[in-house]
Design a protein around this ligand. Structure first.
Ligand code: GLN
Length: 214
């Protein structure tokens, strides 16, 4: 069965898997080249892009991701994952280079300048949804083939092509499932429709807290 892989090297792995489980979308960890079979999509989580890239080169995962992309798997990079997917990185060599965007690391400032906010992103959800930026990058420019889905503080924060999605924030760190539903659908999967009133399952009083899976 086609499933969504979550790159299991470093960063927000368990949180992405938890969101797909809550959504009812099949997902599993992938680490080494041998794990990359039957993938409809792959999430490259946030974490630290230099660390992720070093681990990917040691394990040969970078080649496996490029092959999965050629084979039709959709890719979603969150934060550090978006940095790895960018074709240009300010002051550094690009890594996987699979999306025509220019990105600047740590562009909002230091860890202390991390922030949470809410936004309405119509293609993702009708309601206001939470966004968490953690020592986030800014996408400065996007090429003509890239659709910009959201801007935050003057920078592009969410963008996509037919086969690659990037968010400079962390949807896996809030209880909201709307971004994971959006990506699952992009992968051709049909997660069950949300029950009325349960999605997005978050409130300002419980920004990071989630009810147990029932
Ligand atoms: N600052 C990290 C980097 O440049 C990204 C942070 C994140 O993924 N939350 O790799």
């Amino acid at each position: 069965m086609k499933t969504i892989g979550v790159l299991d090297l470093q960063g927000g792995v368990a949180e992405h898997l938890d969101h797909f489980a809550r959504l009812g979308a099949p997902a599993r960890r992938v680490k080494q080249a041998a794990d990359f079979h039957d993938l409809a999509g792959l999430v490259i989580p946030g974490g630290e892009s230099t660390c992720l890239m070093r681990l990917m080169r040691i394990l040969g995962t970078d080649e496996a991701i490029l092959a999965a992309h050629r084979g039709g798997a959709k890719l979603w990079g969150t934060c550090a994952g978006a940095i790895l997917l960018a074709s240009r990185v300010v002051g550094e060599d690009p890594k996987l280079g699979l999306m025509d965007i220019e990105i600047e690391r740590n562009a909002f400032g230091s860890q202390l300048d991390s922030f949470a906010c809410t936004a309405v992103i119509p293609c993702v959800a009708d309601e206001e949804i939470p966004l968490t930026f953690i020592r986030a990058p800014k996408i400065l420019r996007a090429g003509p083939g890239v659709t910009i889905l959201h801007r935050q503080a003057g920078a592009i924060a969410m963008a996509e092509t037919a086969d690659v999605l990037v968010t400079t924030f962390h949807p896996e760190l809030t209880p909201c499932l709307a971004f994971h539903r959006y990506f699952a659908r992009k992968c051709g999967l049909q997660p069950p429709e949300p029950r009325a009133g349960t999605d997005p399952s978050w409130s300002r009083a419980s920004w990071t807290r989630q009810a147990p899976i029932t």
